[in-house]
Design a protein around this ligand. Structure first.
Ligand code: 5GP
Length: 193
């Protein structure tokens, strides 16, 4: 038999403190899906996912929306590899399809200062949407710099840097099935991955 190498778990690290466990996340996301199903009855909501952080939330959410849905993806850069916002928003990958005449649901992982969603909302409104609403898994109300209307929200969380369920730190931890506070991080010099 091959010798066993010690397995280092990504899921159980002393630097991670679970904030929202998997069962709680899934329960709340199912509720959001049911709300969206009710509110959008008779329509085909067009879900636009903000890459990369919101993909895990999107994947869970759409399985609870009992309607025909269409999907598109947009990537913006606002943080780079650091944990502080630069205040700058830039579209890195634009949508594949037109938003004209569509009932758009903008799917985001976390609303922090609000700069990203404020930019995206204005950008999408200028593309002739029929309607536009925001659904965010997490919200950090204490950090807001720009008010953004949230139609659907998973959880309010305190001002801490969180990872997991799609959210990363220097591209790491997106695969955690829960949301955790990342302790002992270096804001200035994150580890290269
Ligand atoms: P905002 O423009 O609202 O300040 O920031 C939104 C974006 O900042 C999110 O989409 C996410 O990429 C990033 N962000 C804000 N807070 C956190 C956090 O606690 N953890 C992680 N991983 N990203 C965050």
């Amino acid at each position: 038999m091959a010798p066993q190498t010690e397995r280092v778990s990504e899921f159980y690290s002393p630097d991670l403190e679970v904030l929202i466990d998997e069962a709680t996340l899934k329960r709340r996301i199912a509720e959001l899906g049911a709300e969206i199903t009710r509110d959008y009855a008779g329509t085909t909501p067009h879900l636009v996912c903000v890459l990369k952080g919101a993909v895990v939330f999107l994947a869970e959410l759409i399985r609870h929306i009992d309607l025909p849905v269409t999907l598109d993806f947009i990537a913006v850069s606002s943080y780079g590899n650091a944990t502080r916002t630069s205040g700058e928003v830039r579209i890195v990958k634009d949508l594949d399809e037109s938003l004209a005449g569509r009932d758009v649901l903008l799917v985001e992982d976390i609303l922090d200062t609000g700069l990203t969603l404020n930019y995206l909302m204005n950008n999408f409104l200028s593309r002739g949407v029929k309607s536009l609403r925001i659904v965010t898994l997490l919200n950090k109300p204490s950090r807001r710099l720009v008010e953004v209307p949230i139609a659907y929200k998973g959880f309010d969380i305190p001002d801490a840097f969180v990872v997991g369920f799609g959210l990363d730190y220097a591209q790491r931890y997106r695969n955690l099935p829960f949301i955790a506070v990342l302790k002992n991080i270096s804001v200035v010099d994150p580890p290269a991955r």
